[in-house]
Design a binder for this molecule. Structure first.
Ligand SMILES: Cc1cc2nc3c(=O)[nH]c(=O)nc-3n(C[C@H](O)[C@H](O)[C@H](O)COP(=O)(O)OP(=O)(O)OC[C@H]3O[C@@H](n4cnc5c(N)ncnc54)[C@H](O)[C@@H]3O)c2cc1C
Ligand code: SF4
Ligand code: SF4
Length: 1020
């Protein structure tokens, strides 16, 4: 049986979706089967409350935000029930994620074709609820066009199957001409209402006159009464043969009519392999609207738009920087035109014609085109799909806001509509971001507005109203795919007129007389500018606390990181920056727009977010962390989520909810690169933890871990005793219990000689024999004490390759202190290292690191930890602090290292990259360095974080989670690889991270090695 969660953590985590709205629900629940839903509906009716069906929670118009009970079906309704290859359909539960369905369909050569940008986390139930579609709606249409049947529960608790029925079949069930009398059966009344409307000429005419252009491929505004009655008033057919499928109106009904428990969808054959995208570069936006009309003549399968703002924002995103390779010059907009065909030659021929038509056009619509083929195409789409998320990474309070982001008009009307739209924006003094599905006349338009200010809030409403008038003028739809929710409902009456709006209200009353399903969405909505995430003039509760607290200096709130620097350096047009460090910190939290990339499962890949992947629990996703931090640091105990007044005198930093969301974060930095809005939870976590310690004191374990290097330094003086103590079960268990570590893992022992000493001795032996220049090694605290042999191996490798090696004077990196939130300590290490190394480390003599997380601190954290006057020097140092593989590949590029330096013996390598490395620089260079071994077969394990994440996997309460994370992809891949080896070619598991190697050993019993060790074994 399911639980009703009424605790503040759940209520806060579910108070938002990907919209501008926030309303704390009464409770959250995760039903396990259809009977649970029936029970919930009956109970909600009795208690006079309402249910908000929720899937991935990626809606942009506030569809899943409300004060009822949120019913999350994404956890237990995840089964693909049946796939029929011959008849090309699948029957699924509503919580199945679109990409996961398509992965399952791939072996059948089929797929579910409406592909939303959120395909890796949105669910089929949510797509049905919103009538979603995607970039290829030009050829595939929207979800409504693909749902054959659905099963669901009505407000009286009855279970219904919604599919195509003829009037004859309905009469067999309800009686002859049943629509002429009123019934006690809810479902009969539902059919009766629609049949009566369809038989009334005036009503049909009213609908035809007031609904948007029939030619519009995308339409998700209001209830689709016109579509559901289309065949019912087909006068060509005898009445009893006319049909009705209620799925047509359920699609896009946003959970306001029924609770869906199963969906049967039709499938399309996988598209032909041969594809290409032509990226047409325009120097004005208006030219791109006209260019689209030219492109459409060449029968593309998609045409999408990205404007300059999006392209600029993509420069700041680690993941998307790699996907900008096709951009030429500084375009005002790019049209991404996809062509498909049976052969490359066939597509090239069309592309030649297309480019000619665009470039040689009288109006010079396009100044350049780049063509992208094969696997590279996915990078272009990835950049395009990241667009909406990238927008919220704009730094400061003004954001490209979702308010009119989904209008659609017939494509040929787009240039005129856009001209009127630009004029309206000018009158309102607003600028705007334009992108997305131009081929179908739909553009995601996001004016940049600061709704924290009264004037911004006024413009939020005004721009919505003015746009609704324009959309009406062009007979378009206010929403093409995102739905109405609580954002657009207010303008449906204006768009469709009083009578049609009246029909929509009547429809809702007929289906849901008990008012139990998702109230105040589509019809009878609350004012569109109520219940917004941000209130005008709202103060941050945390500000008052920090002013009064120990970290105050001269009347301003002190933060440990320099949060403001990134805001000051942001060059994106319209970015408003931050007033103070605290403001910058809060804006960094507010960058989470709720788009939900952090809800990807392990089937989808990537690192973000291991804590969610392993649990499927929203409260463990990055989004929940950001929501909880934003809510509590802003509203404090005043948040409606806290029902008890008991807390009032307690510091909000002592909130259990903050503690809980930070505790489940592994600090893997997956979000740092994969969250399109650049929400960097690792960094936020450290800052908030240190602020908490200031109020609460630091727990013993955090203190001990952050001081680990000091313990090891002292232990090294008596290393045999230390090692005996650490490896003897009895004594080590005492320590583990004191610091709350699991007794299932071994504490690392110390090397006999430190790396520093061993390397110094080796270098002395080679003095004067090297020719290729000098490099400095960073003897990080882990390698120095625990794996000195590895450090020595690296020095030997570099010496063998002809480099002079020296370990400069430095202190520990502070990695452990950063990850435990001991920022006071980390700042000291950062400052010392920057001062010690800033004048020594140059482009010519870089600092090279072995342990990725340590050396990357120089680049990622140090510039924001040192005093502002040292920032630029710290940045320069960071640029020359290289991972071992970055150095090797730099030298390969300069022809100082080559494959000739290595033996040719065959080897198979299975590489697991460190998560910080993946987040900040990627594993490409490690792979390239290993491929210097001519006969090496390098396989990259598609793992995210290994689950160990520094000390996380050692911690008693996290031990099982840590292993479960390893079990998702990493361990099974290694086991399979080892089973498959031929026993002749060496098969090696390699991981540059020390904790990853320990995790692999604990999880699989296999000793993984650092890539440096492989290179050394193969160097000539
Ligand atoms: C960055 C970004 C990009 C986007 N791009 C696109 C795009 O390209 N195309 C597009 O169409 N949309 C897009 N969207 C909007 C959104 O992602 C889609 O509408 C998506 O299909 C919603 O799915 P979900 O699982 O998140 O549903 P949710 O947001 O959880 O729910 C959507 C609606 O369905 C209802 N619902 C869910 N489950 C049930 C059920 N079992 N029974 C009854 N009602 C139910 C909910 O009440 C709600 O009204 C985008 C959103 C973001 C944030
Ligand atoms: S944390 Fe990032 S990925 Fe997750 S919802 Fe927020 S913005 Fe999206
Ligand atoms: S750092 Fe890792 S665990 Fe923490 S929120 Fe980001 S992705 Fe999730």
């Amino acid at each position: 049986m399911f639980t009703l969660h009424t605790d503040p953590l759940h209520r806060i985590a579910y108070a938002t979706d990907a919209s501008a709205y926030r309303e704390v629900p009464q409770a959250v629940t995760f039903p396990e089967n259809e009977q649970d839903i029936v029970y919930l509906i009956k109970t909600a009716c009795e208690q006079k409350t309402h249910l908000i069906p929720r899937a991935g929670g990626t809606s942009i118009a506030g569809q899943v935000v409300g004060n009822g009970i949120v019913v999350d079906i994404s956890k237990h309704f995840k089964k693909i029930l049946e796939i029929n290859k011959e008849e090309r359909w699948a029957r699924v539960q509503p919580g199945v994620v679109l990409d996961e369905l398509n992965l399952a369909l791939e072996p059948y050569g089929l797929f579910f074709s409406p592909e939303t940008s959120t395909s890796n986390r949105c669910c089929i139930g949510g797509m049905f609820g919103n009538n979603s579609c995607g970039s290829h709606s030009l050829i595939y249409g929207s979800t409504r066009h693909h749902v054959l049947e659905a099963r669901g529960v009505l407000c009286d608790g009855s279970i219904e199957v919604f599919k195509t029925y003829s009037i004859r079949e309905l009469e067999e069930r309800f009686g002859n001409r049943f629509w002429e009398t009123q019934s006690d059966f809810l479902i009969q009344n539902i059919y009766t209402q629609l049949i009566r409307w369809s038989l009334d000429e005036k009503t049909v005419q009213r609908i035809e006159d007031n609904y948007p252009d029939k030619s519009l491929r995308r339409r998700s505004c209001g209830y689709a009464i016109d579509e559901v009655i289309e065949d019912l008033h087909n006068v060509q057919k005898p009445l009893e043969e006319r049909t009705i499928n209620l799925c047509k109106v359920l699609a896009g009904s946003e959970g306001t009519l029924a609770f869906i428990t199963e969906i049967k969808v039709d499938l399309d054959p996988l598209p032909p392999k041969e594809k290409m995208v032509v990226c047409a570069h325009c120097d004005t936006l208006q030219k791109s609207f006209l260019g689209n009309l030219v492109a459409l003549k060449f029968h593309p399968t998609a045409v999408e738009l990205m404007d300059r703002n999006i392209l600029e924002l993509s420069k700041q995103n680690v993941e998307q920087q790699k996907n900008r390779f096709f951009v030429l010059g500084d375009p005002a907009a790019i049209l991404i035109i996809e062509l498909r065909g049976e052969t490359r030659a066939e597509i090239d021929a069309v592309a030649d014609q297309l480019e000619k038509a665009l470039i040689e056009n009288e109006e010079l619509l396009v100044y350049a085109c780049s063509r992208v083929y094969g696997s590279e195409i996915s990078k272009v789409w990835s950049l395009r799909k990241a667009g909406l998320g990238l927008l919220t990474s704009m730094k400061g309070d003004a954001k490209p806001i979702g308010v009119i982001e989904d209008t659609a008009v017939a494509p040929e009307k787009l240039p005129a509509y856009m001209a009127d739209f630009a004029k309206m924006l000018e009158d309102l003094g607003l600028s705007c971001v334009y992108h997305a599905h131009i081929s179908t006349g739909e553009l995601h338009l996001r004016p940049i507005i600061n709704i924290k200010e009264a004037e911004g809030k006024r413009k939020f409403r005004e721009v919505a109203y003015q746009t609704a008038l324009l959309v009406k003028k062009y007979k378009g739809s206010l929403s093409g795919e995102h739905g109405d929710g609580r954002l657009r409902g207010e303008f449906i009456q204006l768009l469709y007129g009083d009578e049609v709006y009246g029909l929509m209200q009547a429809l809702k009353r007929c289906w849901d007389p008990m008012r139990v399903f998702n109230l105040h969405k589509i019809v009878d909505t609350l004012p569109m500018d109520s219940m917004l995430r941000f209130e005008v003039g709202q103060q941050y509760a945390i500000e008052k606390e920090l002013m009064d607290g120990p970290s105050t200096s001269s009347g301003t709130c002190h933060t440990y990181y320099n949060w403001k620097a990134a805001f000051d350096e942001c060059k994106v047009e319209g970015a408003t920056g931050a007033r103070t460090q605290l403001h910058a910190l809060m804006c960094s939290i507010e960058q989470c727009n709720g788009a939900g990339d952090c809800r990807k499962s392990n089937l989808i890949g990537g690192t973000l977010c291991p804590a969610f992947k392993v649990s499927g629990d929203e409260t463990k996703a990055t989004r929940a962390r950001a929501n909880v931090l934003r809510e509590i640091l802003t509203r404090g105990w005043g948040s409606e989520a806290f029902t008890q007044a008991l807390n009032k005198d307690k510091s909000i930093l002592k909130s259990e909810e903050i503690a809980e969301v930070l505790d489940s974060c592994l600090a893997c930095k997956g979000c740092r690169s994969e969250c399109p809005s650049n929400v960097d939870m690792t960094r936020l976590r450290s800052e908030i933890l240190q602020q908490k310690y200031d109020v609460n004191g630091m727990p013993l374990r955090s203190f001990a871990v952050s001081r680990m290097a000091t313990v090891e330094q002292l232990g090294h003086l008596v290393w045999p005793i230390y090692n005996l103590f650490a490896s003897w079960k009895f004594s080590s268990n005492i320590i583990k219990r004191i610091i709350k570590f699991t007794t299932e893992r071994d504490i690392p022992t110390l090397s006999r000689v430190t790396m520093r000493k061993a390397v110094k001795k080796e270098c002395r032996r080679h003095k004067g024999q090297t020719t290729k220049g000098k490099v400095y090694l960073f003897a990080d605290e882990f390698t120095n004490y625990q794996e000195a042999e590895l450090g020595l191996t690296f020095a030997k490798l570099l010496l063998r390759l002809g480099y002079e090696v020296e370990i400069p004077k430095h202190v520990e990196s502070g990695r452990a202190a950063i990850s435990k939130g001991n920022l006071k300590l980390a700042k000291k290490f950062a400052l010392k290292n920057v001062n010690l190394l800033k004048d020594k480390i140059t482009d010519q003599s870089p600092l090279i690191g072995i342990e990725p997380s340590c050396i990357l601190s120089f680049r990622d954290e140090y510039p924001d930890l040192v005093p502002p006057k040292l920032r630029s020097q710290a940045q320069a140092l960071g640029r020359n602090a290289l991972l071992f593989d970055e150095f090797i590949m730099r030298e390969v590029a300069a022809s100082r290292i080559s494959t000739e330096d290595f033996k040719t013996d065959a080897v198979e390598i299975w590489l697991h990259g460190h998560c910080h490395q993946k987040a900040l620089v990627g594993t490409e260079k490690t792979v390239a360095a290993l491929r210097l071994l001519k006969n090496a077969k390098v396989n990259v394990i598609p793992s995210g974080c290994c689950g160990m994440a520094g000390s996380f996997g050692y911690e008693k309460e996290h031990y099982k989670t840590s292993l479960a994370i390893g079990e998702m992809v990493l361990f099974p891949t290694i086991r399979r690889a080892m089973e498959k080896t031929d026993g002749v070619t060496p098969c090696i598991v390699s991981a540059p991270g020390i904790s990853c190697r320990q995790q692999i050993l604990d999880g699989t019993g296999i000793h993984a090695v650092h890539p440096i060790e492989i290179l050394y074994r193969w160097v000539k």
